[in-house]
Design a binder for this molecule. Structure first.
Ligand code: ZN
Length: 202
C-alpha cells in the first residue's frame, strides 16, 4: 500500500545566510571586560553574566538545593564546591580524585550518588559523551565548543538570530522553545588552545 503522506526526511538541511550570530565566551583573550567585583572570572567558563544569563554562585546553589529539599551533607557540599571552583566539565572519577587529592575524604559511591541526585534535581549539568558522563556547574541551557585536539570542552552562550529561528520553525513545524549547539574545532595557529583540561570521563 502506498501512503499519500509525503516522505519525511530523516534530516533537514537548513541554509540561512545571515550575519554571524552573537557568541559569548570568556576566554582570557575575549573582548568582555574583566569583572572588577565579586569572585575571580571563572576559569575556562562563562562570565558572571552573559547575554542576560545570570550565573549562580555556590551560595545560590546551596539555597536552591534547600528549596528543592535536597539535604546539604558535607559530601554534597564538597562536590558542589569543587564544581563551582573548577567551572569545567568533570567526570565522577575526576571529582573523586581531585577531592581526595585535596585531602577531602570522600568515597566513590558517595561521589556518584551525589552527582546523580544533583543532576536528577536539575542543579548541575550532565553531558553524555562517548567516553562517559561529564558534570558541570551550569544547569541552564547553554552551548559547548569542543577542541578536536585536546578534547577540552568550554561552555558557550550562543544567541541565534530571530530570523534563523523563525526559518527553522517554518521548515520543521516546531515552535522552538530552547536550543543548544555543540561546536567542534581546532585552535587557530595564532592562539593556543584556550580551553580547560579535558575531563577524563570513565
Ligand atoms: Zn556545560
Amino acid at each position: 500500500m502506498v501512503s499519500d503522506a509525503p516522505a519525511r526526511p530523516d534530516r533537514i538541511a537548513i541554509t540561512v545566510s545571515l550575519p554571524i550570530p552573537a557568541v559569548a565566551s570568556a576566554s582570557a583573550t575575549d573582548r568582555d571586560p574583566p569583572s572588577t567585583d565579586g569572585p575571580a572570572p571563572p576559569v575556562g567558563g562563562a562570565a558572571a553574566r552573559i547575554h542576560g544569563v545570570e550565573m549562580l554562585c555556590v551560595d545560590d546553589v546551596y539555597r536552591r538545593c534547600r528549596d528543592l529539599g535536597l539535604r546539604l551533607s558535607r559530601q554534597r557540599r564538597m562536590v558542589l564546591d569543587l564544581l563551582w571552583s573548577q567551572k569545567s566539565h568533570l567526570s565522577a572519577r575526576d571529582i573523586y580524585e581531585q577531592l581526595n587529592d585535596m585531602g577531602r575524604n570522600i568515597g566513590h559511591t558517595s561521589v556518584y550518588q551525589n552527582l546523580e541526585a544533583l543532576q536528577s534535581a536539575g542543579v548541575i549539568e550532565c553531558l553524555d559523551r562517548a567516553t562517559g558522563r561529564l558534570y558541570g556547574y551550569r544547569a541552564d541551557p547553554h552551548s559547548h565548543i569542543t577542541c578536536l585536539e585536546s578534547g577540552a570542552i568550554r561552555d558557550l552562550d550562543v544567541v541565534l538570530p530571530a530570523e534563523m529561528l523563525q526559518h527553522i520553525e517554518t521548515i520543521t513545524g516546531f515552535t522552538i522553545e530552547n536550543y543548544t549547539l555543540h561546536l567542534v574545532g581546532r585552535p587557530t595557529a595564532s592562539r593556543p588552545c584556550p580551553l580547560e583540561t579535558p575531563g577524563r570521563a570513565r
